[in-house]
Design a protein around this ligand. Sequence first.
Ligand code: ADP
Ligand code: MG
Ligand code: ZN
Length: 485
Amino acid sequence: MDYGDFEAVIGLEVHAQLLTESKLFCSCSTKFGAEPNVHTCPVCMGLPGALPVLNRKAVEYAIKLGLALNCTINKRSVFARKNYYYPDLPKGYQISQYEEPICKDGYVEVDTEGGKKRIRIRRIHLEEDAGKLIHEGEIEKSSYTLVDFNRASIPLVEIVTEPDISSPKEAVAYLKLLRSILIYLEICDGNMEEGSIRCDANVSVRRKGDTKFGTRTELKNLNSFRYMEKALDYEIRRQITLLEEEKEVIQETRLFNPHEGVTYSMRGKEEAHDYRYFPDPDLLPLVIDDDWIEAVKRTIPELPQKKAERFLRDFGLPLYDVEILCSDKKLADYFEETVRLYPEPKTVSNWIMTELLRELKETNLPLDRIPFSPAMLAELLLLVKEGKISMKMAKDFFPQLFRRGVSPRKYVDEKGLSQISDESLIEEAVKKVLSAYPKEVEEYRKGKEKVLSFFVGQVMKETKGRANPKIVNELIREKLKRGLE
Ligand code: ADP
Ligand code: MG
Ligand code: ZN
């Protein structure tokens, strides 16, 4: 994407839902998909006299993220009330953090076309989610809206970057990295369709070489990588056109319409809320000591970028493989465990990236719930290596093995499926095929090499795919050379 004399300046605000079992200030469940308004209580409904109690796990998760994003953890942070009225907000205010967030001054390094690029994290704060409005059809001409408070007060972290991002691609790279870190830390499920990660983008443009930032707009709800890239690109071009026509960019909030591929104004600066933040009098300042931070530090696993570097170095895999394998910690673990038992990284990687991923997709199973273990995969690959079965056979019955979780060796033995390496058996099939196709044999003798693969195919068919293809090839060549006695 080239913007001519202009460059883009982008800062992202990402909300991520934390995987705690209970809400941020009460013990209501955070489970997704329950009947509406089942997971509610006086605290998350904001009834008079109810008092919030902070969820320790949510704090721990925020610290974990802060450490993973190289932030300073504030020893003392403060919960504040962000006041506004909306039907999905039962208390009339949201409990958030304002002047003193839990984490600040971090950074990540994303891979861009021009190499590594550092994007600074300005702050991470804890806050509660709002409920969900459900806009229903019509009752007697007037439409109506329902509200579900199950989501109200589920813990979120908001991660705010400095305006360090300079293209839609970089923004996507940042969001992908952030998402994978959240998933690696096991503090967010990363499900963007269900809204577990929500992203707003602040965008401005300026002439290359300018040091002053231009006026920015804020794009709301860019909840898929593809939409985000499109929306940012559209918005950058819109702003550039305005500047080229000597018009002004107006500071406002805009929404992206994915069907039309354009952004349109939602509210201007005048309509911006004054939230009247003030420290929540029901909550003490949050104090975190060094021991706690140290304890959380010990729970941080190897992060995706470190893992990818190690996979490149130790397994000699191509970058393409490494990116796919490390995109998911469980997939990476599966790979490593298989390689431990069957130390041929590229063979294992090929199998995982094609056969295993396809089966996962078709069965729609999460990786930690599949019945086919790394040990089973290692066994299957060993059967191929030993020549007991062909690669093709392995691929043919993989779906069966995968879905039922049976030992490949047992399966092959029980079904009598092992590859035929007995030359006399294969020879018989070869003879049969060659005598059935005299015309093709003639063609081969005249120099048409291509019929060879036709013969191989026929012999495989004759042996129900079980003949060792290497021996089949050799025998056919030999027979054709020596003539059919
Ligand atoms: P607000 O208080 O309205 O949320 P902030 O100053 O906290 O505004 O910034 C919010 C986000 O906007 C941050 O991610 C920041 O990096 C980004 N941002 C600030 N100024 C600009 C700008 N001129 N162009 C693009 N992004 C900006
Ligand atoms: Mg903001
Ligand atoms: Zn509750």
